[in-house]
Design a protein around this ligand. Structure first.
Ligand SMILES: [Mg+2]
Length: 168
């Protein structure tokens, strides 16, 4: 499996279940924010996200946010969900993810990354030896830079769906 191929692809973050994580031996999750827990820049979590965070916490899964976005965006969002966070995480560099693992008191083996982007979340997870649980972006961005990224990702998403019969 290449560095850019997600280990698992979910239609949305809230489709990830405690049972699924238990089967993989995953005890901790590092969560992206934009287009993973909310639409880009939106202070309001996507439908079901608050309940999902509670379900994860109640199931003993430890959570931390790692976003490449600025503290101004990430801090109030993390606060609202009652989560610790790393902003300006510079994914895919291991810098932020190393800090996240420390906060979780976790290891690469028992921690997975949840995020919507291949070149940051998936690649960053794999560079650290963690599993990448990719989610389909909640709402694709309209900016030119993002359009190029999304076009690039499409091939990987289609490959996953071809090989696995669909997103979870
Ligand atoms: Mg994102």
């Amino acid at each position: 499996m290449g560095l850019l191929n997600p280990d698992y692809l979910f239609k949305k973050t809230t489709n990830i279940t405690p049972d699924f994580l238990a089967k993989l031996g995953i005890k901790n999750l590092i969560l992206d924010v934009d287009n993973t827990l909310a639409t880009h820049g939106n202070p309001q979590p996507a439908p079901g996200v608050e309940e999902w965070i509670k379900l994860m916490k109640d199931s003993g899964i430890k959570l931390v946010i790692a976003s490449n976005n600025y503290a101004k965006r990430v801090a109030p969002f993390a606060d609202r969900l009652g989560l610790d966070y790393i902003s300006f995480s510079v994914k895919p560099s291991p810098l932020g993810f190393s800090k996240a693992l420390k906060k979780l008191d976790g290891s690469a083996k028992d921690t997975a990354v949840v995020g919507d982007q291949i070149l940051t979340d998936v690649l960053g997870a794999h560079l650290m030896g963690m599993k990448a649980l990719m989610v389909l972006a909640i709402l694709e961005e309209g900016t030119p830079g993002f359009k190029i990224k999304r076009r690039f990702e499409k091939g990987y998403i289609e490959k996953y769906i071809r090989e696995h019969g669909g997103a979870l």
